[in-house]
Design a protein around this ligand. Structure first.
Ligand code: NAD
Length: 303
């Protein structure tokens, strides 16, 4: 079995690549390194420094003949999507269609797609299940939803199989602490620099934090399970930002200080996702508690 991972030099993609290698699965990475790093890719993995929007990507499929594609490459910033909707569209929609065309042409059996809780927008009820209305409030949420829809129609018209995984807030080693998404890496990074974490609002807003190794495991299981299903990948635990910081402080012996700033307009107050479908169809369940995941993450950033 051969798996091609787009975005395999990125945060989540590189953990997926590691997981596949640990399970002796031949793996190929395609990444343009716009936010990923070559040193994230384990040695011995075939690496193509290429942009998945380029039609030439087809040559890689012709050479490598992958059985499966795990599609992680994307423009991942909500803010950037609002500033540059056309760029977001080319990265998250057009690039996905380009990959899908090559999947069809080269008889790929299945595509596993990284989607996001951002497709749901402001929750109407909690926990959010996969039947919740899709009402994105950013172009990122819209482009991810659109790419899901392309995948489903390609599958319907061709027989290509898919699993779509909607991740909640992923955290862990190698997450970019300069980005906007990884509140955990941002907090840990600031504390290690002896700076105070900044909390927008009163800190009682909640999120569903899922450890990156659990996400990698879900992608691995999707190679065999959950054909043509959409599954939330989440911890199903609601953790407030204040609680999160309490745990981080209990693990790091640093002075407990916090800066509270005005709530940011548009920020969702509470979010957590049901993960019953992933348990049922993928035979997956999260193996890492928040405490365990944070211990590993802190140790990575310390080193
Ligand atoms: P990341 O930025 O670390 O990884 C994305 C990777 O894709 C990078 O290595 C980047 O260089 C590569 N890439 C981007 N555009 C490319 C292109 N045109 N051609 C080739 N390579 C390209 O981000 P991440 O957090 O690891 O996200 C991985 C996936 O998971 C994304 O699809 C993202 O939308 C999704 N996701 C992430 C989270 C999260 O909390 N991190 C939550 C929900 C969904």
């Amino acid at each position: 079995m051969k798996v091609l991972v787009t975005g395999g030099a990125g945060f989540i993609g590189s953990h997926i690549v590691e997981f596949l290698l640990e399970n002796n699965i031949e793996t190929v990475v395609v990444d343009n390194l716009v936010s990923g790093h070559k040193h994230h890719i384990p040695s011995g993995v075939a690496f193509y420094h290429s942009d998945i929007r380029n039609p030439d990507i087809d040559k890689i499929f012709m050479t490598e003949k992958p059985d499966f594609v795990i599609h992680q490459a994307a423009q991942v910033s909500v803010q950037e999507s609002v500033k540059q909707p056309l760029y977001d569209c080319s990265e998250n929609i057009m690039a996905t269609v380009n990959i899908l065309q090559s999947c069809l042409k080269h008889n790929v059996k299945k595509i596993i797609h990284a989607s996001t809780a951002a497709v749901y927008g402001n929750p109407k009820y909690l926990p959010i299940d996969e039947n919740h209305d899709l009402n994105p409030v950013s172009f990122y949420g819209l482009s991810k939803w659109t790419s899901e829809t392309y995948i489903q129609l390609f599958a319907k018209l061709s027989g290509l199989k898919y699993t779509i995984l909607r991740y909640s807030n992923v955290y862990g080693a190698r997450q970019d602490a300069n980005g906007e998404a990884g509140v955990i890496s941002i907090f840990i990074d600031r504390l290690l620099k002896n700076e105070s974490p900044i909390i927008y609002g009163d800190g009682n807003q909640t999120r569903d934090f899922i450890f990156v190794k659990d996400v990698a495991y879900a992608n691995f299981l999707s190679l065999r399970n959950a054909d043509n299903q959409i599954c939330n990948i989440s911890s199903h635990q609601q953790t407030s930002v204040n609680e999160l910081l309490d745990i981080i402080y209990s693990l790091m012996t640093v002075e407990n200080k916090r800066i509270y700033k005005e709530e940011r307009p548009g920020d969702i107050v509470h979010s957590y996702l049901l993960n019953n479908k992933a348990r049922k169809y993928l035979n997956w369940n999260p193996k890492f508690s928040l405490l365990q995941g944070l211990e590993e993450t802190i140790s990575f950033f310390r080193n």
